[in-house]
Design a protein around this ligand. Structure first.
Ligand code: ADP
Ligand code: MG
Length: 340
């Protein structure tokens, strides 16, 4: 029992996100790692030079010989080797190099990943040093982590808006009843802001600037008081640096399309939801998680277009990791079905 407990204590839950990777430790009962999902790789040799925060610092500033890679694009594994290297690095960071007991790992994946992608994630975890690896659907993890009681026979709607993908799901009795994943999320907000500024001002801005605009003045519904922000970029006609002023109404225009694509996916799921469960959702409301949910006005837009009360979870950025961790507690703690 002692040995088993020790091993179970080393269980971790990993939220392998497009933008950020978070790790929940069963032993510490909290999130022990939260770093960007970025890996810096030597171009020629493919040798991994840095992972996480250190690698993100290098983004956009690397010499030609080094590339900074986001191994998970659009919520799926785009580069298997680099994903494995990243998981390995994070495990080492948590447990140290000379770890005798390997951890059991629960990883969350988007709902509609293929069997091949699922196997790739599991294999990456095992070859990164996991004793055992399990998968949990992202929406389920988000629901558990945001405090929903999904064990009851009542429909709950959860929408997780990450960097690369948005998962919409109806969950009841612990399982996903209806769901949809679209490859539209926070990154699209950024790229649509870049497109808008380019088209309107002939100005080229970088990813970081676009994300800053989104976070500071970006909105999915008109603001009561318009906000403005100075933005630096490169004038595409003269090739010279230039500063312009962008306002929140302009972000509204730039973000209309991706915001409406998310709303459409919510409608799509509601249309396919059995009537009793749909009635539950109307009573209980919609919960939003993921960093993309923090876009100003997006919750209100979804509420306006569906007529269903919509709230952002208390912990939108950590809900998935916490839910993944809680789920592994259940697997290894209560049921003990992963002893061997
Ligand atoms: P993933 O699960 O894909 O790693 P996250 O849930 O960590 O993604 O969310 C990352 C996304 O959330 C990014 O696109 C980021 O720009 C966006 N984001 C984070 N904070 C905010 C904010 N305050 N306002 C708008 N978007 C935000
Ligand atoms: Mg996520």
């Amino acid at each position: 029992m002692g040995l088993f407990n020790f091993r179970a204590n080393r269980s971790i839950g990993i939220d392998l996100g497009t933008a950020n990777t978070l790790v929940y430790s069963k032993k510490h009962k909290k999130i022990v790692l939260n770093e960007p999902s970025v890996v810096a790789v030597e171009r020629e040799t493919k040798r991994v030079l840095a992972v996480g925060n250190e690698a993100k610092e290098m983004l956009g500033k690397t010499p030609d010989t080094i590339v900074a890679v986001r191994p998970l694009s659009e919520g799926v594994i785009a580069d298997y080797d680099i994903t494995e290297a990243m998981i390995k690095y994070f495990i080492k960071k948590i447990f140290g190099t000379y770890s005798f007991f390997m951890p059991e790992i629960m990883i969350c994946v988007p709902i509609d990943v293929t069997g091949v992608e699922k196997r790739a994630v599991l294999e990456a975890a095992i070859s990164a040093g996991a004793k055992k690896a399990y998968l949990i659907e992202e929406a389920r993890a988000a629901a558990i982590g945001s405090g929903m009681d999904i064990s009851v026979p009542e429909g709950n709607m959860i929408i997780d808006i990450g960097g690369g993908s948005t998962d919409v799901a109806i969950i009841s009795l612990g399982g996903t009843v209806v769901s949809k994943t679209i490859r539209v999320a926070g990154n699209n907000f950024d790229s649509d802001i870049i497109k808008y500024v380019k088209k309107t001002y002939n100005l080229l801005i970088g990813d970081r600037t676009a994300e800053e605009i989104k976070m500071k003045i970006g909105t999915a519904l008109p603001l009561e008081e318009e906000e403005t922000m100075e933005v630096k970029g490169r004038n595409l006609v003269t090739g010279l640096p230039k500063t312009i002023e962008v306002n929140s109404d302009e972000t509204l225009e730039a973000l209309r399309e991706p915001a409406m694509q998310i709303v459409d996916s919510v409608h799509n799921v509601l249309e396919r939801t059995p009537p009793e469960l749909a009635a539950d959702v109307y009573d209980r409301g919609i919960v939003l998680t993921g960093g993309g949910a923090l876009l100003s006005g997006l919750d209100a837009l979804i509420e306006e277009k569906t007529g269903i009360n919509t709230v952002i979870a208390d912990n939108p950025l950590t809900a998935v990791a916490i839910g993944t961790g809680k789920f592994i507690e259940f697997r290894t703690g209560n049921k003990g079905d992963s002893k061997k």
